[in-house]
Design a protein around this ligand. Structure first.
Ligand code: IPE
Ligand code: IPE
Ligand code: MG
Length: 242
């Protein structure tokens, strides 16, 4: 029987920004003798449940790694199936409007077709005034790529004489990242047993707390997130202090 997730006890301290590396879809499908693409479909359902739970409990910002700059290495069939899911979810994202969620796509959208880019931009514009929650969806995202693009943009400004290199601060760099309007990651969650960051929000995770779980993403339901929240609340964050 499904647990009553609304009544799961919450810790007092909640993260402002939770980053999710949605990993393990392929292995989840393989265990069931199904194609990897089936795992992505199930993973997308889990994404919806986690988004709803985060909204219910009042998390300010959540971000999801859906496709990395390195994931193009996969077979055309798998890449296409992920892109199709993305299209479906872009349409579905309209459901979130009534729930006052701002939706932002982070990553290099130039790799996508014009119609897909337009759909993403339209949703971003239509939801930009919503403030109940910020939902960041990382598509063709790579942390190094993001920092490289910031470096290029700042270098151009310096050449144009609009910024003095000696005046460049950490905040200047942060202002050129896709996440410029959002808080750094407080809690980074990676299911599937892998103990790595895989190029996700590497600047923004400088002081994130990491939570790893062996559960594969399609099974990472709100009960699992609740465990992560309790683990987070028990951590002592010092940010280099004592
Ligand atoms: C994560 O699941 C989803 C994407 C990378 C798009 P995987 O597809 O990486 O699943 P595993 O790691 O092979 O099980
Ligand atoms: C990270 O998972 C990317 C996404 C979840 C979108 P990967 O499966 O691509 O990462 P590695 O290859 O195990 O590091
Ligand atoms: Mg993987």
């Amino acid at each position: 029987m499904a647990k009553d997730i609304k009544n799961m006890p919450l810790p007092e301290v909640l993260p402002k920004h939770i980053g999710f590396i949605m990993d393990g879809n392929g292995r989840w499908a393989k265990k069931r003798h199904m194609p990897r693409t089936f795992g992505h479909v199930e993973g997308a359902k889990t994404f919806e449940k986690i988004v709803d739970y985060c909204r219910d409990i009042g998390i300010n910002c959540i971000s999801f790694y859906t496709f990395s700059t390195e994931n193009w290495k996969r077979s055309a069939e798998e890449v296409n199936s992920i892109m199709n899911l993305l299209r479906q979810y872009i349409v579905k994202a309209r459901d979130y409007f009534s729930k006052e969620t701002r939706i932002v796509f982070i990553g290099d959208k130039s790799a996508f077709s014009e119609d897909l880019r337009k759909q993403m931009t339209d949703i971003e514009n239509d939801t930009k005034d919503f403030d109940k929650m910020n939902l960041l969806i990382a598509v063709n995202y790579g942390g190094r790529d993001e920092i490289k693009n910031a470096a290029k943009a700042i270098a151009r400004k310096a050449i144009a004489g609009e910024i003095n290199p000696d005046d460049i601060t950490e905040d200047t760099v942060a202002d050129y990242l896709y996440t410029r309007e959002f808080p750094d990651v407080d809690l980074l969650i990676r299911p599937s047993g892998e103990l790595r960051i895989s190029n996700y929000l590497i600047w923004q995770c400088a002081y994130a707390e990491f939570y790893f779980s062996d559960v594969l993403w399609p099974d990472f339901l709100p009960e699992e997130l609740n465990k992560a929240l309790h683990a987070y609340a028990g951590r002592s964050r010092r940010f280099g202090g004592v």
